[in-house]
Design a protein around this ligand. Structure first.
Ligand code: NAP
Length: 489
């Protein structure tokens, strides 16, 4: 009898995946995965450590010559087969993703589709990993520049986008000819298990993709200490990113770091207000505000600040909060109770300093929210830049609104943060579009919309939001070394 992906994974003890085989961790210890909407157990994964990481690295190392030696077309064929499996299992992946992460099913479906899109796009882009020829300094010389895969790579992903974060890293690594060891977040490892199972079913050669779950600090130590790992691609908090930078020094290990953000959303009086409100609500409350490039603070020109706040509050008040598994749900829980506590403390501190709650502002404790980690969608006004929630990543469904008077003033405010991932700008003035976009200290700017992540564009930040890019040919190049060959005829 064949079993579905959800039957294989949910409410099961899932194995690691090393060298093309599903294996359990040595001592049988596990990490439980909890549904943040219900507090119920949804399954578990092995609590691996350095030993399991080392085994996975060895398997990836064994597989590297074969994978790197394939033609780009053959690698693309394997990747396309994987993407097809994902497309054929969107519903199952979405169900697993919602069960462990909490986001509404429609968002999980979009995310699973996004994962397939990244793999498809990079399968094709791998065929265009061109080198260069450079004019030489003598007639009997030639200069050739080629790109080669860096080798075995370690990919560490966060809990907020358990499907796309895996695909956004694995797809360019595979397309470049690298083999990989994936370490997903302990709160949401089951989506990664599903994706890896589908890669296995799609016929991915043994050892090309390996999965280890377990104690992050131990697995991270092995990644940084093992010389076979040539590159680590990490998405997560700035704090852990800094630890990895320090640890990378010993072996001068290559890193790509997609870290935290503090994205401003800036609205000028000439903006299309309906579009701006819709975009602000869409972005701020996607994934319950737990998005690295999610809006942190909304800056609205003082001429339209009251009107904007009023319209935004009306829209936010209609959002349906619930269990992600219920089709009508627009906003699920945040990831855990610790997160609810943090969001609540930020809101309470702001209110104590004079902020006014227009909508929400509290945790949700009554049935059907009583077993989960829910915070009501919130709009705050009378907010000041020096409040803690304006300074740091809120990572929850809270929209603070701050009025501003002029361009220089708002730029000075938003560029003051140590982060620099994304910014959003609403205006119809072409001069302002260019001038503000160019003066914003961020890796990405969206003008008159609030969405950014697509396979063909370089996603990433500056300052303490990290370095390296995911997406586009830039993301592929992150997994390659340049080699210059000087040829004398
Ligand atoms: P996190 O605590 O830094 O964890 C991220 C990943 O790193 C998890 O897999 C975690 O494993 C692992 N990890 C933790 N400590 C480690 C260590 N010492 N060595 C190696 N790996 C370690 O971050 P998070 O709370 O899951 O994610 C939220 C953060 O990610 C936010 O700041 C958000 O802005 C950022 N983010 C950035 C982007 C971007 O593209 N810039 C995208 C998404 C999220 P365990 O789960 O097992 O602890």
């Amino acid at each position: 009898m064949t079993t579905t992906l959800t039957e294989q994974i949910l409410e099961q003890t899932n194995p690691l995946y090393i060298g093309g085989e599903f294996v359990s961790a040595g001592d049988g210890q596990v990490i439980d995965v909890i549904n943040p909407a219900t507090g119920r157990w949804v399954g578990c994964v092995p609590k691996g450590g350095r030993k399991e990481a080392e085994q996975a690295i060895d398997a990836a190392h064994q597989a590297f010559p074969l994978w790197a030696g394939l033609t780009p077309q053959l690698r693309a064929d394997f990747m396309q087969a994987w993407a097809k499996k994902i497309r054929n299992n969107i519903e199952e992946i979405a169900y697993i993703l919602t069960a462990e992460q909490g986001k509404p099913l429609y968002e999980s479906r979009e995310e699973a589709e996004g994962a397939a899109q990244f793999i498809e796009w990079y399968a094709e882009e791998g065929k265009r990993l061109y080198g260069e020829t450079v004019p030489a300094s003598a007639t009997n010389k030639r200069i050739i520049v080629i790109r080669q895969p860096v080798g075995v790579t370690a990919l560490i992903t966060p809990w907020n986008y358990p499907a796309t974060m895996v695909a956004r890293k694995a797809a360019p690594a595979l397309a470049a000819g690298c083999t990989l060891v994936l370490k997903p977040a302990s709160q949401t490892p089951l989506t990664a298990v599903a994706l890896v199972r589908l890669a296995h079913e799609a016929g991915m050669p043994a050892g090309v993709i390996n999965l280890v779950t377990g104690t992050a600090s131990l697995i991270g130590q092995e990644f940084m200490a093992n010389p076979l790992i040539r590159k680590v691609s990490f998405t997560g908090s700035t704090e852990v990113g800094k630890e990895l930078i320090r640890a990378s020094a010993n072996q001068v290990k290559r890193l790509s770091l997609e870290l935290g953000g503090n994205a401003p959303f800036i609205v000028f009086p000439d903006a299309d207000l309906d579009a701006a409100v819709a975009a602000a609500v869409g972005n701020k409350f996607e994934n319950c505000g737990q998005m690295c490039n999610g809006i942190n603070v909304i800056y609205v020109h003082e001429k339209i600040a009251d009107e904007f706040s009023h319209r935004m509050s009306e829209s936010v008040a209609t959002l349906r909060v619930g269990h992600g598994i219920v089709e009508q749900t627009q906003l699920g829980p945040v990831i855990d109770q610790r997160s609810v506590d943090h969001i609540e403390s930020l809101v309470q501190a702001a209110v104590a300093q004079g902020a006014q709650v227009l909508v929400g502002g509290h945790r949700m404790k009554e049935s059907p929210y009583d077993q989960g980690s829910f915070f009501a969608p919130t709009v705050l006004v009378n907010v000041h830049d020096d409040m803690q929630l304006a300074q740091e990543e809120i990572f929850g469904p809270v929209a603070p609104i701050i009025p501003f008077q002029g361009e220089d003033e708002v730029l000075e405010k938003v560029n003051r943060t140590p982060y620099g991932l994304a910014a959003y700008l609403f205006t119809r003035d072409v001069r302002r579009v260019f001038e503000i976009s160019e003066r914003l200290q961020t890796g990405m700017v969206a003008v008159n919309s609030a969405s950014l992540s697509v396979p063909q564009a370089p996603f990433g930040g500056i300052k303490q939001s990290g370095y390296g890019r995911e997406g586009g040919h830039h993301g592929l190049e992150e997994f390659t070394n340049l080699k210059y060959i000087s040829l004398t005829l």
